[in-house]
Design a protein around this ligand. Structure first.
Ligand code: SF4
Ligand code: SF4
Length: 341
């Protein structure tokens, strides 16, 4: 597909212009953090960041969303589907690991057997513009161990790479190509593509944190009862931060809120780290301790997702590593599992 060059100082203006036509989610500075948020009128996006505090999955899979409403009437219950409305949206300046997470979430929410129209509607109405990582990464980034790269178009409709004086803009999908008119007329030449390849290779080499993520699936297959599970969870506080920050975690709870005759059915994020996650109405809880919960976290990411979709459900963003209050590091857990004989 076509490739163009734009001047470095034009990116913010392009995002602003798009905001006249679309709802634009972009990285913005909020005190010392960078977070993804819908751009307010005249608000400046902040592209000089390594990665955002929050994962932008909330655009397609919000913290809470209403699925339907109902009313109890003398003639019985009357149900009304919640309007499944999705604004025309652009997600501008997402990092490649987070865009990769969308490709992984698509496998679950938009699979042949089950179609989650709430997710699909938002995803279909959103154009994802990825901003490649060319600066030295966080020490906690490990995308190259889990099928990602710092300059990568997985999950993207447009890929933008800083190649020095200019940005190289690559239209990855027909959806991305529809926004070509925002990116000027200058076609990219062969020299720009060569430069991008050099920069991509350098960025890849700069990812120093590596884990044996692909080696542990056969080990997990036969080690559900291994004593190692009793050694991992010790300091875990069950706070759920790792799940909340993770771009690929997608477990949810469905609850009803009723007032008088009216009710709403709501879907909310949940976490396998919480004791209540698997507690049954009878009071029985099949995952009796944090040991079983941590095993589930590892199994889900590195075994069950591979079984179901042939993909590891981790993109190596390092958010859980940075945010865990007790420094429980999933990279170390994977390394320890890889050592099981
Ligand atoms: S962030 Fe750390 S302490 Fe909190 S649930 Fe996850 S592993 Fe446990
Ligand atoms: S498990 Fe941790 S490193 Fe992997 S995608 Fe989730 S937050 Fe990022």
């Amino acid at each position: 597909m076509e490739k163009r060059l734009i001047k470095k100082n034009t990116l913010t203006g392009i995002a602003g212009k798009m905001a006249d036509e679309f709802k634009v989610w972009a990285p913005v500075k909020q005190e010392e953090n960078v977070i993804f948020s819908p751009l307010e009128k005249n608000e400046q996006p902040f592209f000089a960041y390594l990665n955002s505090k929050n994962a932008p999955k909330q655009i397609f899979f919000p913290h809470t969303e209403t699925l339907m409403k109902y009313t109890s009437t003398p003639k019985g219950m009357v149900f009304a589907a919640e309007e499944n409305k999705a604004d025309k949206t652009v997600l501008f300046g997402v990092r490649p690991c987070d865009a990769h997470s969308f490709a992984l979430l698509d496998m679950l929410f938009d699979q042949e057997k089950y179609k989650d129209q709430y997710y699909i509607n938002k995803r279909n109405n959103t154009t994802v513009i990825t901003l490649a990582c060319v600066e030295p990464p966080y020490a906690t980034c490990f995308c190259t161990s889990v099928d990602g790269e710092p300059v990568d178009d997985k999950g993207a409709d447009i890929l933008i790479t800083d190649i020095g004086d200019n940005y190289l803009v690559e239209f990855v999908t027909p959806k991305g190509e529809k926004l070509a008119n925002y990116f000027g007329e200058t076609k990219a030449d062969a020299a720009a593509e060569t430069k991008k390849k050099e920069i991509a290779e350098k960025a890849k080499q700069a990812i120093k944190s590596k884990i044996p993520a692909h080696e542990i699936k056969p080990i997990l297959d036969v080690n559900f009862e291994n004593p190692i599970w009793a050694t991992i969870h010790g300091k875990c506080l069950a706070c759920g931060t790792c799940t909340w920050m993770c771009p690929t975690c997608h477990c949810f709870d469905i609850s009803d809120e009723v007032k008088g005759n009216d009710g709403v059915r709501i879907r909310s994020w949940d976490s396998c780290m919480f004791p209540l996650f698997t507690k049954e109405t009878s009071g029985h809880n099949p995952r009796t301790s944090q040991k079983e919960r941590w095993r589930q976290r590892v199994m889900h990411k590195f075994k069950y997702y591979v079984d179901n979709f042939n993909a590891i459900a981790c993109v190596g963003c390092g958010r859980c590593v940075m945010s865990c209050p007790v420094n429980l590091d999933i990279r170390k857990v994977v390394e320890d599992i890889a050592k099981i004989k």
